[in-house]
Write a protein that binds this ligand. Structure first.
Ligand SMILES: Cc1cc2nc3c(=O)[nH]c(=O)nc-3n(C[C@H](O)[C@H](O)[C@H](O)COP(=O)(O)OP(=O)(O)OC[C@H]3O[C@@H](n4cnc5c(N)ncnc54)[C@H](O)[C@@H]3O)c2cc1C
Length: 470
């Protein structure tokens, strides 16, 4: 069988490439060895955000700050919660993936793909046997999978990943989370809000180490308030399990050892591109140090008819990056569009409560690039929305170029920061200055107003938490 495009995988990157190619009237085959829809809908964005929303509802019921309102958080029916989440995932998978594929009318082949000389693809079919598929262009959109660090005893003790943690039959009474990137933080707070005793272990000196240090401090304070234990600047030296309990040995910064114990340990230390079974060497496609498929800025691999998209490329692991990649490849492959993407205004969101959202450069990144920058931090105590919510945990930080006032980066820690950051994305993308941001209408009693107030602090003398390096 021969097609214009063959896509390996059926996640966000693959779907986007297939839809774009079909809209150009190209014939498409999609090969999937697991569940249609890939990570985001099945084991990533959708189930995690569905459970986070439910867990937050319970947490707020037990902890809201409003006088005269009485609520309380009862015990959690975890199997019912998981069943409800699964039903939602199935519904979204049907509506947004399976029906969409049928609507655009492309061929879906179930099985594991690998390249053979040609290039061509051989699919190992689930019932045995194989099928050969050829195409004018190929897209590798095989995503990423959790990777566990090499810690003595960890594999033998057994550990949860983000995927298996959201498939548990019962709510754990205690959990140790290794890693404090966005997946680790979200899952730590999710289980804590459901009533699990959680400890987060981070090898670096603060939680959310990729974000601004002020952001880390807010999240550490929030976790402390919520009884989530945190250990930073520690290395895990060994793990073992005995009688249903996992023991995690830590080496602290002072050299002393500490033993933590919990019902489960959850590894959230990163995800590695999935390329192992693809036989890439046969077709001359190269991979980098982190296992990522090496691509040029147009997403073409070392083979002129093979492209790669999404998590497998080593670009930031967000579904909107995967989606943009897929569409870009269809244009470059079929229209010779020669298009590239600009990642400088790519937003990132951690769906904790409060949410962490940022765009552009952090202060440290700006300094490392030799940019002469100036920064302001506006604590949420200055924001009316936070005051009426009776929750002022959070901040707005703006990094701007000293000479021009151009906004280089923005960090927001606030309720719905993930929504409000979009205004900052526009500001960074279009090179707005802090004066222009300060002079832009902002609706009163919104989190977005915090952006305007923070921008105003560049010219008004308000005593704030920290001012910048220049
Ligand atoms: C817990 C969690 C929460 C997340 N939350 C968010 C969020 O809120 N927002 C956000 O933007 N991103 C989020 N992400 C990241 C997001 O899910 C990924 O960036 C995105 O799904 C990657 O899409 P992809 O198309 O590159 O790969 P995937 O969606 O992983 O698809 C790859 C597919 O390829 C298939 N495959 C692999 N090898 C083969 C083979 N040899 N043959 C056939 N098929 C194969 C796999 O089975 C898989 O279905 C989250 C991730 C996790 C783990």
């Amino acid at each position: 069988m021969s097609y214009d495009l063959v896509v390996i995988g059926s996640g966000g990157a693959a779907f986007s490439a297939a839809i774009a190619a079909r809209s150009k009237n190209k014939t498409v085959a999609m090969i999937e060895r697991g569940t249609i829809g890939g990570t985001c809908v099945n084991t990533g964005c959708v189930p995690s955000k569905a459970l986070l929303a439910a867990a937050e509802a319970r947490h707020i019921a037990g902890h809201h700050p409003f006088p005269g309102i009485r609520t309380d958080a009862g015990p959690v029916d975890f199997p019912a919660l998981i069943t409800g989440m699964r039903a939602l995932v199935e519904q979204i998978r049907a509506d947004k993936y399976i029906d969409l594929a049928a609507h655009h009318d492309w061929y879906i082949c179930r099985g594991a793909a690998r390249f053979v000389a040609g290039p061509s693809i051989e699919v190992s079919l689930p019932g045995g046997g194989s099928q050969r598929i050829e195409a004018e262009h190929y897209v590798i959109a095989t995503g990423s999978a959790p990777v566990a660090p090499l810690i003595p005893g960890l594999a033998e003790a057994g550990y949860l990943t983000s995927t298996s943690a959201m498939e548990l039959d019962e709510l754990p009474d205690s959990l140790i989370v290794l890693g404090s990137g966005y997946v680790g933080l979200e899952l730590a707070q999710l289980f804590a809000h459901l009533g699990t005793q959680v400890t987060v272990v981070e090898i670096l000196d603060r939680l959310a180490p990729a974000e601004e240090p002020e952001t880390s401090r807010v999240i550490e304070d929030v976790f402390a308030d919520e009884g989530i234990q945190v250990r930073t600047r520690v290395t895990v030296t060994s793990v073992h399990r005995a009688e249903g309990t996992v023991f995690v040995m830590l080496c602290r910064p002072d050299g002393n050892l500490e033993q933590l114990r919990a019902q489960h340990v959850l590894v959230a230390t990163g995800r590695r591109p999935v390329t192992d079974d693809l036989n890439l060497a046969t077709v001359g496609v190269k991979t980098g140090d982190r296992g990522e498929v090496l691509v040029d800025p147009r997403l073409r691999t070392h083979h002129s008819r093979i492209w790669a998209a999404g998590d497998v490329t080593g670009y930031p692991q967000f579904v909107y990056v995967a989606g943009a990649h897929g569409a870009l490849i269809a244009e470059n492959a079929f229209d010779n569009a020669d298009r590239t993407l600009d990642y400088r205004h790519l937003p990132r969101v951690t769906f904790t409560s409060p949410q962490v959202a940022s765009v552009g450069l952090t202060e440290e990144q700006a300094i490392r690039r030799g940019l002469d920058c100036t920064c302001r931090v506006l604590p949420l105590d200055y924001l009316s929305r936070a005051l009426v919510n009776r929750d002022t945990r959070g901040l707005v930080k703006i990094v701007a170029q000293h000479a021009t006032g151009r906004v280089l980066g923005v960090s927001l820690v606030a309720p719905n920061a993930g929504d409000a950051i979009l205004a900052a994305v526009y500001a960074v993308k279009h090179g707005m200055t802090v004066d222009e941001m300060a002079d832009t209408w902002a609706p009163y009693l919104t989190v977005g107003e915090g952006l305007r107030l923070a921008a105003q602090t560049f010219t008004r003398d308000i005593a704030l938490l920290s001012c910048c390096a220049s």
